[in-house]
Design a protein around this ligand. Structure first.
Ligand code: TMP
Length: 405
């Protein structure tokens, strides 16, 4: 039985997906010996953390040619600009504030902090994206953040007034070490701000494609409160975000009697309790809902294909690896997937081996139906592909149920 990665208590299984390839391991050539690992999700009855049963080694997930670039979406660019504005406002009264970002990627957020002439440091282990940030004059430490690295930063720079990180804590298996690092690095009235996909939304939509090798933890106010408390940090605010299919931004401060806790914390945690996310029973029907979506989606695509329609997909997302593999949807049904990430184009999807093509290819070879794998960017993509839609092209979505529009 898997033990909780936070508190070492026996966990309870929510769902098992069987063998899965690494979500971002796009291959140049189709070959049969791709690395696979057993993908499952478990729940800790003590700290309420929903987490992967087994995690592949970070070396097989993140390599120097890691294919994820933050700046592939206009909406995400705007989102991180707003984050930077919030951070700039929060540090306004500080003399010489210091902002640290973990997983600073290609500098999508820190470029605004740099422009505002605020002391900053990005901590980013993926060399190719870190290089893009450095080329814009952003300070980057190419490392995995942990307790040791926090000491290194304090020695070389200062304590941090703001620590920000988005879509990265969910990927760190040694989260206790990271939180010990946060507790070290934060200044006395510093704020740790982080955002990640929100388990309440995943449970509500049955959006199981959020579950893959890089997404080790699925946070809630309940579990973040518990995790913070183990490291003398207090959850003081929560703000819901529409990005990544429903995310939550959490704010934590060093535990103090006079910390002001926002009403939103009480509101979100009560709502989580009403959905029974403090018990494994809250996830009781998740597996059945996931299986129904997979069967319905495969049946719909098979029917369309039999009718002679051409089907492609939009967005070779990491999360689509779980969907395509678990639902058994491959190149027999999907002709190609279009994606705007240069390092993914002309490669094949992990495990299912569907060719990835550029947007130009999509415009020249429009299918009758496009399976919207990047469903979290739906608004932006539908707006961008107005012409495709106008000419009769349709999008297929699947959360919470299969829909053609
Ligand atoms: P994400 O959901 O992890 O951000 O990944 C989105 C993927 O979709 C990424 O590979 C880029 C791709 N994409 C496009 O190809 N076109 C678009 O307009 C958008 C927004 C994303």
């Amino acid at each position: 039985m898997t033990k909780c990665k936070i508190c070492n208590i026996k966990t309870k299984q929510i769902i098992s997906f069987g063998k899965m390839p690494i979500s971002n391991a796009f291959v140049k050539k189709v070959h049969k010996n791709e690395f696979v690992y057993p993908l499952s999700v478990v729940f800790c009855p003590s700290c309420y953390m929903v987490q992967l049963g087994q995690v592949p080694k970070p070396e097989v997930m993140f390599n120097p040619n890691y294919a994820f670039f933050s700046t592939t979406s206009k909406v995400m660019e705007e989102h991180f600009k707003e984050v930077a504005q919030e951070i700039i406002a929060l540090t306004k009264r500080k003399k010489d504030p210091f902002v640290v970002e973990l997983g600073s990627n290609d500098g999508i957020m820190l470029r605004h902090i740099k422009k505002a002439k605020i002391n900053h440091l990005g901590v980013e282990p993926a060399a190719n994206v870190a290089k893009i940030a450095e080329e814009q004059g952003i300070n980057v430490l190419k490392d995995f953040f942990d307790e040791k690295v926090s000491q290194k930063i304090i020695k070389k720079y200062f304590h941090a007034d703001i620590i920000f990180t988005a879509n990265s804590l969910l990927s760190i298996e040694e989260l206790n070490s990271t939180f010990r690092g946060f507790a070290n690095l934060l200044s006395e009235d510093g704020i740790l701000i982080f955002e990640d996909p929100y388990i309440y939304d995943v449970a509500k939509l049955a959006s199981f494609d959020q579950i893959y090798d890089e997404h080790i933890f699925f946070f809630s106010g309940l579990s973040v409160g518990e995790l913070g408390a183990r490291h003398s940090l207090q959850l003081v605010d929560m703000k819901h975000q529409d990005v990544h299919g429903g995310s939550m931004r959490y704010y934590l401060k060093k535990k103090k009697k006079n910390n002001k806790v926002s009403k939103r914390v009480k509101y979100f945690i009560s709502r989580e309790k009403r959905a029974r996310l403090n018990k494994v029973e809250g996830y009781e029907n998740f597996k059945d809902r996931v299986n129904k979506i997979c069967v319905d989606l495969k049946n719909t695509l098979t029917k369309l294909k039999k009718q002679g329609h051409r089907i492609a997909a939009y967005g070779a997302t990491s999360k689509s690896t779980t969907l395509l593999t678990y639902a058994g949807i491959g190149p027999k049904l999907i002709e190609y997937i279009t994606d705007n990430t240069p390092t993914k184009i002309d490669k094949f999807t992990p495990g299912t081996h569907i060719p990835v093509k550029s947007r130009e290819y999509f415009l020249k070879n429009p299918p009758s139906y496009a399976l919207l794998l990047a469903w979290n960017h739906k608004k932006e993509i539908i707006a961008k592909e107005k012409k495709y839609h106008k000419k009769g092209g349709k999008f297929v979505t699947y959360f919470p149920k299969v829909t053609i529009e």
